[in-house]
Design a protein around this ligand. Structure first.
Ligand code: PEP
Ligand code: MG
Length: 568
């Protein structure tokens, strides 16, 4: 038996035989020549494969819509646009003809040329999807390579999975997946969570030791795998699974229970969503509001920009399902690891320290104002609040507020109804924002602490680099001190403060945050019942006591241990 640690990509436990998906054909360098008289037949074979791929994509879109009723299907409209681009297809046909090579070789040569283009910053984010399309065409040219389709029982083991592969997973046959790339915030993990497929990602070492058909035990809750586990280990994990299963059953009871500590303090538990359709899941798990709508996904999944009307309808769709509950719409947060194809930004050495969040918006005011107008228009119909990401200075907030006033004026001139006094909030996700939160609190109605980024910037670690995941410490004393400062400044200025980073979804840490004075916790919907259960079992007095004492420790692990020991 061997245990390998990774990152918990998507919760769940799975046991099955390892089904290894080898790296893409792009690493295969052999050139296959063909005879002159076979050129036409080869071009025909290539076109048939393109058509087959197109039909598959259409089928996937159909399936996703049926299974999940989510807009993830739209991610594939980009795949379709590539497959239907005659210009591009003809370029590959030309290579077959001119160089007298097989379709597979021609595609590889074409991808090599394209690779140089894909290094450009604005195309980087699309690279995976573009390669994914060509990989699909190739696998249809030689179907025996298309392993994913053939897997009838097991756990996928791969270097990386593309978004297409993730949504192609048939949950009846494939129990989960393990990858060496990625983190909990990578695209693949986000989709796996939404589709409820257990996954462990970001395994730094040891994945190559897994042999085909080895028994793999995958723990997507705690982020590890066991290779060929002993009977004892399997029993242990089965018990854990049973516990989780019981908990799942409890979800329906918990769902309608009030989120209140044992000594009577009510705690708001909200959901983080990426697309309007996820509101269904948020309601299923008992979310009392939306604490973070990551609106950049409305931009990421397409090649052009969403119009004001389209965005207005998306926001309204959430309101229609969510009624009078509070909904916090965060304006577009691109940059870092999220890019939109409709904008070609300047080349940057380090994207996370570049034109990200509010910086992008203040540079591209037209895009920003369109979104602000859409939010203001939707605000008339429900309990919407607007929130801005990546704030580092007071000036950014002042400038943003001016833009809101400008948008309001414009809309009123056009006779649109809006909520005049819409609440404005900012994310506290940089150390600078936390440290000047006394000044910032005077400018806004609420704070939401984005701990994913606050940890990244405080500890100087790239949040998507799996090699640094050991330093991703939500309870590092520096992070807790910054949270404490932020909460104190919010309270002094009488404004609300929430947390919407991943740390809010860890039940024990959630209790610490409540003890520190956090008013609202927002997380992936699936985490809400677990956090609620912990809250109900413990008193606010205990949480406050823990929050005072954690500052006596100076190590992350000691703090976690202390909290766990002191909670029921
Ligand atoms: C965060 O940084 O904690 C956050 C919630 O925002 P995102 O994960 O979208 O950067
Ligand atoms: Mg963030």
């Amino acid at each position: 038996m061997k245990k390998i640690r990774g990152i918990a990509g998507s919760p769940g436990i799975a046991i099955g035989k390892a089904k290894k998906i080898s790296d893409s054909f792009f690493s295969y360098k052999k050139v296959k020549k063909i005879k002159e008289e076979n050129i036409d037949a080869e071009i025909k074979r290539f076109n048939e494969s393109v058509n087959k791929t197109e039909n598959e994509i259409l089928e996937i879109i159909d399936n996703i819509r049926r299974i999940t009723d989510k807009e993830y299907a739209e991610i594939f409209s980009f795949h379709l646009s590539i497959l239907r681009d005659r210009n591009l297809i003809e370029k590959i046909e030309k290579i077959i003809k001119k160089e007298k090579v097989s379709a597979e070789t021609a595609i590889r040569k074409f991808v090599d040329i394209l690779d140089r283009e894909l290094k450009k910053e604005h195309l980087k984010a699309r690279k995976k999807e573009i390669l994914d399309i060509f990989e699909r065409i190739i696998s249809n040219l030689c179907p025996k390579n298309n392993k994913l389709k053939d897997i009838k029982d097991g756990i996928i083991v791969a270097n990386d999975l593309s978004p297409t592969q993730t949504v192609s997973i048939d949950k009846r046959y494939i129990k989960g997946f393990v990858t060496s790339m990625g983190t909990e915030t990578s695209h693949t993990a986000i989709i796996a969570k939404a589709l409820e497929i257990p996954a462990v990602v970001g395994i730094k070492e040891g994945i190559e030791e897994i042999k085909e058909n080895d028994v793999i035990l995958l723990d997507g809750y705690d982020g590890f795998i066991l290779i060929n586990p002993t009977k004892n280990e399997i029993e242990k994990i089965k018990m854990k699974e049973k516990e989780k299963e019981n908990l799942r059953k409890k979800i329906y009871i918990l769902k309608d229970k009030e989120s209140i500590t044992s000594d009577g303090k009510k705690i708001k538990l909200y959901a983080n969503i990426q697309l309007p359709e996820e509101v269904e899941t948020a309601l299923k798990y008992g979310a009392m509001g939306i604490g973070l709508f990551r609106t950049e996904y409305l931009y990421i999944k397409r090649t052009d920009l969403p119009t004001e009307e389209e965005q207005f309808l998306s926001y309204k769709k959430i309101i229609e399902k969510f009624g009078k509950k509070e909904i916090i719409i965060r304006t577009i947060d691109v940059g870092g690891d999220k890019f939109i194809s409709s904008f070609q930004g300047p080349k940057e050495l380090n994207n996370f320290f570049g034109l990200r969040g509010i910086r992008f918006c203040l540079e591209k005011k037209d895009i920003f104002l369109t979104q602000i107008r859409a939010i203001l228009r939707a605000s008339y119909y429900g309990n919407l609040k607007i929130m801005f990401p990546m704030i580092t200075t007071r000036e950014e907030v002042i400038e943003t507020k001016k833009l809101i006033e400008e948008a309001k004026k414009e809309l009123k001139n056009k006779d649109f109804k809006i909520k005049e006094d819409i609440e404005i909030g900012i994310m506290i996700e940089t150390p600078s924002a936390a440290l000047i939160s006394d000044e910032l609190a005077k400018e806004v109605n609420f704070f939401s602490i984005g701990s994913n980024d606050l940890i990244q910037y405080t500890l100087a670690i790239d949040r998507v680099n799996e090699k640094l995941s050991y330093l991703y410490q939500p309870c590092h004393p520096s992070v807790l001190r910054l949270i404490k400062i932020t909460v104190e400044n919010a309270k002094k200025n009488n404004i609300k403060v929430g947390v919407c980073g991943e740390m809010a979804s860890i039940p024990e840490i959630a209790c610490l945050l409540i003890g520190l004075g956090i008013d609202e916790l927002s997380m992936a919907p699936i985490s809400i019942p677990l956090v609620k259960e912990k809250i109900i079992k413990n008193s606010f007095a205990k949480m406050r006591e823990i929050a005072e004492k954690v500052f006596n420790f100076n190590k992350h692990d000691e703090i976690i241990e202390f909290i766990k020991k002191n909670l029921n």
